[in-house]
Design a protein around this ligand. Structure first.
Ligand code: NDP
Length: 260
């Protein structure tokens, strides 16, 4: 019997990067997957997941819009009879000096990274409560929820916010067999880092593509960037029966980059 056989897992931003790696891990371990993403071709991700032997559906869902979020969890109910694990992974980043940081960037970042997590947690908890079966919520924060980096005050604020809401919700649902935890990936090699490397690299000095990331990786005790699979391992653990007594925690997955 596979570890997550019969369980249904919702993953926002599950069409690529960390979210897709997480969804693939659960698919390989037998779960039904509901992938939410704003790209209209997120069906491709669902097809890819089915190749791992699991059942998967894709729903176009902008996590900043309540009706989209409701539709995402409605799909979990309709196709698989409810949600057992909800992974709030969707996120965006922009990088700018304070004088160039627009209100639009501030609002969009908080809307996706913090409000989006709130809306999904709210919808998942309401449904988990109704089912009486409990469940697991895993919220993606960042190393920037530990230590704000330069030129990303809005992103750091959005991710510190994820930790606060995780702790508060964990206390509210602790006696209902629902756990709520946050994860802090460090430097994970995804499309997001192509942007980071280019824009931070330009603001911090005369870095050529790839050079900034390479220099930051030098500060990681394990001397390598992380992969989506590295993050998926932690997420799967937090969703598993080995983590029933863990809630309200924020756990780094970063090769030792931040040790607090
Ligand atoms: P990617 O840019 O590769 O993927 C981001 C995902 O979020 C995409 O699937 C994207 O969907 C989705 N998304 C963006 N906006 C919305 C929205 N409004 N509604 C729904 N989905 C949305 O990033 P990563 O995989 O690297 O990052 C995943 C998470 O991990 C993010 O929360 C990020 O902040 C966090 N993180 C990443 C780190 C890294 O080094 N990569 C480090 C620390 C944290 P679409 O493709 O349709 O736009």
């Amino acid at each position: 019997m596979k570890r997550f056989e019969g369980k249904t897992v919702v993953v926002t931003g599950g069409n690529k990067g960390i979210g897709l790696a997480v969804a693939e891990r659960f698919a390989r371990e037998g779960a039904n997957i509901v992938v939410g993403a704003i790209e209209t071709d997120c069906d491709k991700a669902a097809e890819q997941l089915k190749q791992h032997g699991g059942r998967a559906v894709a729903i176009v869902c902008d996590v900043t819009r309540k009706p989209d979020v409701v539709a995402l969890y409605d799909a979990a109910d309709l196709h698989f009879g409810g949600v057992d694990v909800s992974i709030q992974n969707a996120g965006i980043i922009t990088i700018a000096k304070i004088e160039d940081l627009t209100e639009k960037d501030w609002d969009a970042t908080i809307a996706v990274n913090t409000k989006g997590v709130f809306l999904c947690c709210q919808e998942a908890i309401v449904r988990m409560r109704k089912s009486g079966k409990g469940g697991r919520l895993i919220n993606t924060a960042s190393g920037q929820a530990r230590d704000g980096f330069i030129f990303t005050p809005h992103y750091a604020a959005s991710k510190f916010g994820v930790v606060g809401l995780t702790q508060s919700l964990a206390k509210e649902v602790a006696q209902e067999n629902i756990t709520v935890n946050a994860i802090c990936p460090g430097i994970i090699n995804t499309d997001m880092w192509d942007y980071n490397d280019r824009v931070w690299g330009k603001l911090l000095g005369d870095y050529r593509p790839g050079e900034l990331m390479a220099s930051w990786v030098e500060n990681i005790p394990m001397k390598r960037a992380g992969t989506g699979e590295d993050v998926a391992g932690l997420v799967a653990f937090l969703a598993s029966d080995d983590a029933t007594y863990i809630t309200g925690q924020t756990i780094n997955v970063d090769g030792g980059l931040i040790m607090s």
